[in-house]
Design a protein around this ligand. Structure first.
Ligand code: GAL
Length: 663
């Protein structure tokens, strides 16, 4: 079911008029119209201006800004303005400030300086939401509400006494009694048994390794506390406003602490922020992965790109600017993968403050610039693509992802520090990308029956119900591939006994008796020519056929890659960390066996994604190479980009979007 569908493809960004004299505002609106901007996010960091002293609200400037935007035909995603508390709150209530695991208090002066569990912060922030929503619920410019901003970006984990008390409350709720908690946390180990709830703390700095289940539960608790802020603000909004409500997630940028799968049901539309790791020449793969993951969190529905950058950011060590054409490629890649809106941080580059060197739609140099010209071009592109809005993305492959598995696999005192959650996800995703295959990145509990192929990277922690569902999926003809260090523990981080990979032993038809992680830099070879590193394991086939074995390393002759026919499907196991070319070969075999086809056969470095609405389909062709590509143009109609005469020519670095005529 679609929970949201915008009226057009949204285009715009964060607009912070409060940073500028009012004379600038009319020029802003004029330039927005010139660029084709139709949505701006307003008021995100405005708490201190809206409520300059406790309980005294000043809305005059915001009234004038919203009226001006409305007169100019620009719609508004209005913030609840709770993202960053004003300095008076910390002064009156220092106990609202967050603390690190070593007890260090974090002062105001940056942003988001609050403890997510603070009842005082909650109360004051909801009072602000009530005031803002009460005043602007009926404002004709407002089409959407923006709760807070990137909840948990800087303060996801707070270890203060208020958090400790809230953590105890959360644990009581989860376990009911201390015996269950002691059992779940395995406190028979190292004399950790708790006899009173008051003895329990967040996993603050300790002498040795902290209890892993305590750490895992603290991750769960912290995600839930931030989610509770979202839900509390939403509840207030729901009583006052009728527009859809969102908050910007940070999926795909290594942001670990928020379990967005669980948050998705609390928003009317999923929106996401994404910034490139500019120094990475393959950053467009990371972008594609983030977009596919955001769509997965949105259950396949259209979503909104709430923030990205027109060019450089200011918070990386070297803030590489975007080359001509990159802004367009990046933005349309998000649209290709399901975004029905492309917004940026921010409209006008700041003159002061910590983000003054961050790019914007209007740079310091003004509108006579490469950036603003590209912004105007993008506005025109998005207008031409209006018909794509509301369509969904075709994908035959699912990759399973779970924030809990991420939290679990990266706990300390594990077999190898080289096993990280993103590693195999990125590797498998990269191979699919190079093969031109689109994947949905979804939670393990997702209905998989519509997919031809399911990839399971490093799913260290997995629930029985999800394993059973995967089993049924394979039995009825699906193809699954699982990578090493998956299925190892249950939800309490307790080892699944009887041999690894625990929960997946039966499905995969293998049994591992011991892990043999490799030394730093050590490589092993397989008898199919593959090269691998980081991980090997003493694996015994138990029903599975052996596809490749080690020829050297600690385990010569031991199987590394297996395939287990189950029902009418097959379950593959990859017991080592294959290098890029071996992963590409493996994925090509899997794709072939599962009957998955790329969106279109294209040369390497060209990205093709298909969106669909019933019988109507559109192809996005993004040329990341330095050479033009030519594709057959029969049956397609060009919507934007490239040239189309007999054949479709997409110049180096350009993007074409075509409507496919399937009749
Ligand atoms: C985001 C944030 C914006 C701005 C931007 C800079 O994290 O939501 O307010 O700080 O990054 O890239």
């Amino acid at each position: 079911m679609r929970r949201w569908q915008g009226e057009s493809i949204y285009f715009g960004g964060d607009y912070n008029p409060e940073q500028w004299p009012e004379e600038t505002w009319s020029e802003d609106v004029e330039l927005m119209r010139r660029a084709g901007v139709n949505l701006v996010s307003v008021g995100i960091f405005s708490w201190a201006l809206l409520e300059p002293t406790p309980g005294r609200f000043e809305f005059g400037w915001l009234d004038r800004a919203l009226d001006l935007l409305h007169d100019g035909g620009i719609q508004v995603d209005l913030a609840t303005a709770t993202a960053s508390p004003p300095p008076w709150l910390a002064r009156a209530h220092p106990e609202t400030l967050p603390r690190r695991d070593d007890g260090t208090m974090l002062w105001p002066g940056g942003r988001q300086a609050y403890c997510p569990s603070s009842p005082i912060f909650r109360e004051r922030s909801l009072e602000l939401v009530r005031a803002v929503a009460g005043r602007y619920a009926e404002h004709p410019a407002v089409v959407m509400w923006h709760v807070s901003n990137e909840l948990g970006c800087h303060n996801a984990h707070c270890y203060c006494d208020v958090s400790a008390e809230a953590f105890r409350g959360w644990l009581r709720e989860r376990y009911g009694d201390l015996d269950r908690l002691n059992d779940a946390w395995g406190t028979a180990f190292w004399s950790q048994r708790y006899g009173d709830w008051a003895e329990i703390n967040p996993p603050r700095t300790v002498t040795a390794f902290a209890n892993p289940t305590q750490q895992l539960d603290f991750q769960r608790f912290s995600s839930d506390e931030l989610r509770a802020q979202l839900r509390a603000e939403r509840e207030v909004l729901k009583t006052l406003v009728r527009q859809p409500i969102t908050t910007n997630f940070m999926i795909g940028m290594g942001v670990k602490h928020m379990d967005y799968h669980s948050w998705a049901s609390d928003v009317d539309l999923v929106s996401n922020d994404h910034y490139l790791t500019a120094a990475d020449p393959q950053a467009h793969l990371g972008l594609a992965l983030a977009a596919d993951h955001t769509r997965g969190v949105a259950g396949g529905d259209p979503w909104l790109l709430m923030e990205h950058s027109t060019s450089a950011v200011q918070w990386q060590p070297r803030n590489v600017a975007k080359l001509p054409g990159q802004l367009r490629r990046n933005s349309l890649a998000h649209v290709a993968r399901g975004a029905d809106g492309v917004l940026f941080f921010q409209w006008r580059a700041s003159r002061a403050g910590a983000e003054k060197f961050h790019s914007a739609l209007v740079p310091h140099a003004g509108p006579d610039t490469k950036v603003f010209r590209e912004v105007c071009q993008l506005g025109a592109d998005l207008k031409a693509l209006a018909e794509v809005r509301g369509s969904r993305v075709d994908a035959d492959v699912a990759i399973l992802f779970d924030w809990e598995a991420w939290w679990g696999v990266e706990l300390d005192s594990h077999p190898s520090v080289d096993v990280t959650y993103a590693d195999r996800l990125n590797a498998l995703y990269g191979s699919l990308w190079r093969a031109g295959v689109t994947a949905d990145i979804v939670h393990p509990s997702t209905d998989l029956s519509g997919y031809r192929l399911v990839l399971v990277p490093t799913l260290y922690l997995v629930r029985d119900a999800d394993v059973d569902a995967l089993h049924r999926y394979v039995e009825s003809g699906g193809t699954v591939a699982v990578t090493y260090f998956s299925g190892i523990v249950d939800a309490n981080d307790h080892i699944r006994l009887g041999g690894y990979p625990g929960a997946f032993r039966e499905l995969l038809g293998v049994r591992t008796e011991e892990f043999f992680p490799l030394r730093e830099g050590e490589q092993v070879r397989l008898d199919d020519g593959s090269v691998a590193d980081v991980w090997t394991e003493w694996l015994h086939p138990d029903g599975a056929e052996v596809l490749a074995s080690y020829t050297d390393g600690p385990l010569p002759g031991v199987p590394a890659l297996t395939r287990h026919p189950v029902g009418t499907g097959a379950a593959w196991y990859v017991g080592t960390r294959l290098d890029e070319s071996a992963t590409d070969r493996l994925v090509a075999r899997l794709v072939d066996e599962a009957g998955v086809r790329p969106a279109a056969p294209v040369p390497s470095g060209v990205e093709v994604v298909r969106r669909r609405d019933g019988e109507r389909t559109w192809q996005f062709i993004i040329n990341h190479t330095e050479a033009e590509v030519r594709l057959p143009a029969a049956g397609v109609e060009l919507l934007t980009g490239a040239r189309c005469a007999g054949e479709l020519t997409v110049p180096a670095g350009e993007v074409a979007v075509v409507r496919e005529d399937r009749t």
